[in-house]
Design a protein. Structure first.
Length: 75
């Protein structure tokens, strides 16, 4: 794990795959070398759920916001 400075000056912990493990983006197939969270694992230590690289995560986030009408949606 390493810590990286964000725009606000806060340190953000970064996580890396275990030795011999590869993290692959579920969208584009690129190898992921670090994440700002530790992926969930099942009882056997296998990652449960999909992982996305930075670019695909941003693209998915943008698509979600567009479907939801943005963050300023009124209820």
């Amino acid at each position: 794990m390493e810590q990286r400075n964000n725009f606000g000056g806060e340190e953000k912990q970064m996580f890396h795959p275990n030795e011999g493990e590869k993290w692959i983006c579920a969208e584009c197939g690129a190898e992921i070398t670090e994440l700002p969270f530790d992926p969930r694992r099942d009882e056997n230590g296998v990652i449960s759920g999909k992982l996305y690289c930075h670019d695909c995560h941003k693209k998915r986030q943008s698509q979600f916001r567009n479907r939801q009408g943005g963050y300023n949606r009124r209820y």
